[in-house]
Design a protein around this ligand. Structure first.
Ligand code: ZN
Length: 158
């Protein structure tokens, strides 16, 4: 089976990392908006979201307010785009989805997880839930340089 990948630029990855640092020691979360090209998700913009989970549990949980999610979805659709994934951070935990994440994920989206240690992002990986919801599989993440002229691609994980 062909596995997908997610493509974003260095500036977006930097924004995700700084959001993760600022939110530390709580989890941050946000939406990745763009479009699908086959099994590739092209991210065109990010939307930071509030971690709406109970404050005392935000160090290992996040949730996005359903109304805010719906508003962001409608906004994306009005631009001919869609929500292709969700990013969030794991303070003092590995860059892979937790059991909690698994029970709250949709198989259609990519989940980018940032491991944060002492306020610094140290590891970032993207995951997709299998259709049968049995497990997450890691997908490729390509970070595109935002230099003028020809875009160079750098594979940072697979
Ligand atoms: Zn998580």
């Amino acid at each position: 089976m062909h596995e997908g990948q997610i493509v974003l630029d260095q500036q977006m990855l930097g924004e995700i990392h700084s959001h993760a640092s600022v939110a530390y020691p709580e989890e941050c979360c946000g939406l990745m908006i763009g479009r699908l090209e086959g099994s590739t998700k092209m991210v065109n913009s990010l939307k930071k979201m509030k971690n709406a989970y109970e404050p005392s549990e935000r160090y290992h949980r996040y949730t996005i307010d359903p109304m805010e999610y719906l508003n962001a979805e409608n906004e994306a659709e009005s631009l001919g785009e869609e929500i292709v994934g969700i990013y969030h951070s794991h303070p003092n935990a590995p860059a892979k989805p937790s059991l909690f994440d698994k029970s709250h994920a949709w198989p259609t989206l990519s989940y980018v997880v940032v491991e944060v240690r002492q306020g610094k992002p140290v590891n970032t990986a993207s995951w997709v839930l299998k259709e049968d919801r049995s497990e997450f599989t890691q997908e490729g993440m390509q970070v595109v340089a935002v230099t003028s002229g020809n875009k160079s691609m750098k594979q940072i994980s697979k």
